[in-house]
Design a protein around this ligand. Structure first.
Ligand SMILES: Nc1ncnc2c1ncn2[C@@H]1O[C@H](COP(=O)(O)OP(=O)(O)OP(=O)(O)O)[C@@H](O)[C@H]1O
Ligand SMILES: [Mg+2]
Length: 501
């Protein structure tokens, strides 16, 4: 089969540092091709070059045998190359239809044909099985739906080639399957699809071929059928990795200490039904549930981002009010959010400044964290979390997605919180760093920190949680302890209807 898209000898440097070095890449029509590698390996950069967002320093690129040089994303789209980037860029205040047709609204006599746009949008949404109203603003929908809308837009725009940079990061299992159904349809129509993901199960489920990048070099391109998982991991990391087994960590057992943090009848109408939750120092309370089950809403209440309209919170037996994150931070809480782009990183600030930000907020802006202390903290957490490149002065927007995620975690660790809430701490993190973060959670627990960890990775929760709270339909439906904790029990509880509980 002839390649639709061929790239040869692609080089790219930022600030004199080479991040892509002579990369070759071949993409065929009618294939789903996974682009894999560790955080910072160069995956997003390669995609940005092939889709016109960045200019390459050297190399050639051909589409259908003809040399092309897309100078912008729009030019690439005109050539038939569509993209959904790692950080979705849609406009929250516009409607679903406007987002789908942004920049190409159907017009007559220079006027936008709203009715036509709405009808087209409805047809497109139906085709991709998206349950969304074309006239509703995008802000109304959860990240997962926005993601699928971004994909529908890109697919509709591009004819031949589609690039998806971590499209499944915010999707639950059912939505991933819906997306894969769409991708298989497109493949059957002859489209060439490139997908970046850190979920290897998904690679084996959907990909025909994989190309692996390591430190900016292409280290292998294989048919997935010829590549056992162990070999793939070794190719990505350049070493072997003992895979997580989902075995319970025997030290996860809850300690026999009183609960320092208690939430009783805590809830917020329309968001999460009232729940009781006790958290002890030295334990991890895992929170499981499907997307939309109320996991993030629970975290937002615990951290004071949303205000509870029922119930009572106490810390060390004293009633406390949590009306803002500032209150929570003052009480020694920390929270690493799910949505790092909107809630997390401050792009123009350096890695060091991003790391000390929460500590600074706790101490108050009138008392700047001394430079020497900031340097020490940055150095410590860059090392502990293996943030790359390890340059504290670099604006964080220049770090790869996974490394930004680690920096947000570092920010909360730097405040040395008594209670740390982690929402999807390993999302977007490569499998090597994944294992390190799981070890870190166990270490923090052993050091006596109280943790609440929300994760879609059930095996992970089983490994490190002392107790597991399962949510369904915005209710806390089940708490699993000790021998009750296993993946099957969690899945069963997740399927339980919440309102009936
Ligand atoms: N605009 C930029 N300016 C400077 N450096 C950059 C820029 N974009 C990326 N880099 C650097 O290039 C390297 C590759 O980053 P890239 O985003 O391509 O990684 P990735 O493989 O997509 O990683 P992840 O899995 O974490 O998303 C990283 O070291 C990153 O810091
Ligand atoms: Mg990336």
């Amino acid at each position: 089969m002839d390649a639709v898209l061929t790239a040869r000898g692609i080089d790219k440097a930022f600030f004199g540092v080479k991040v892509l070095d002579g990369v070759d890449f071949d993409l065929h029509g009618g294939e789903i091709h996974a682009l894999l590698g560790e955080n910072g390996a160069g995956k997003s950069t390669l995609v940005k070059i092939l889709t016109g967002a960045y200019r390459r320093d050297a190399g050639t690129m051909q589409l259908g045998g003809i040399s092309v040089e897309p100078r912008s994303v729009a030019e690439a789209q005109d050539l038939g190359i569509g993209t959904v980037y790692q950080e979705v860029n849609l406009l929250e205040n516009l409607t679903v239809a406007e987002n789908l047709y942004l920049g190409r609204q159907p017009r007559r006599y220079g006027l936008i044909r709203r009715a036509r746009m709405r009808d087209d949008a409805r047809a497109l949404l139906t085709r991709y099985g998206i349950d969304a109203d074309p006239d509703e603003t995008l802000a109304h929908y959860p990240v997962a739906v926005r993601q699928i809308i971004a994909i529908a837009r890109a697919v509709d725009l591009s004819g031949k080639v589609l690039f998806l940079d971590e499209p499944t990061a915010s999707l639950d299992a059912r939505e991933v399957q819906a997306l894969f159904t769409v991708l298989r349809q497109l493949r059957a129509q002859g489209m060439a699809i490139v997908i970046i993901t850190h979920f290897l199960e998904q690679v084996y489920q959907i990909a025909d071929r994989v190309t692996v990048l390591r430190n900016g070099r292409m280290v292998g391109s294989r048919a997935i059928a010829d590549l056992p998982r162990r070999d793939l991991v070794a190719l990505m990391l350049g070493r072997e990795l003992a895979e997580a087994t989902g075995q319970r960590d025997p030290d996860a057992t809850p300690p026999d200490t009183p609960a320092a943090f208690r939430f009783q009848g805590y809830g917020k109408r329309g968001s999460i039904a009232p729940f009781d939750l006790d958290i002890r120092p030295g334990e991890v309370v895992g929170i499981a549930g499907l997307l939309g089950s109320g996991r993030t809403e629970t975290a937002r209440l615990l951290f004071g981002i949303d205000r509870a309209d029922s119930g009572q919170a106490t810390v060390d037996g004293q009633p406390v009010t949590l009306t803002s994150p500032e209150d929570a931070i003052r009480l020694g809480f920390g929270m690493c959010p799910e949505e790092r782009k909107s809630d997390g990183i401050v792009g123009d600030l350096s890695l060091r400044q991003n790391i000390v930000l929460a500590l600074q907020a706790r101490r108050g802006w009138a008392h700047p964290v001394p430079r020497r202390e900031a340097d020490a903290l940055a150095e410590r957490y860059i090392k502990a979390l293996d943030i790359r490149p390890p340059d504290p002065n670099r604006p964080i927007k220049f770090l790869s997605g996974g490394n930004q995620q680690k920096a947000i975690l570092a920010r909360w660790l730097a405040t040395d919180p008594r209670l740390l809430i982690l929402d999807e701490p390993t999302r977007g993190i490569d499998i090597g760093a994944h294992a390190e973060i799981i070890n870190l959670i166990a270490r923090l627990r052993a050091d006596g920190m109280a943790l609440v960890v929300i994760s879609s990775e059930i095996e992970e929760l089983v490994a490190y949680s002392s107790r597991i709270v399962v949510l369904s339909d915005r209710h806390h439906v089940r708490e699993l302890r000790g021998d009750q904790i296993n993946a099957q029990a969690i899945v069963d509880a997740m399927a339980q209807p919440g309102a009936a509980a």
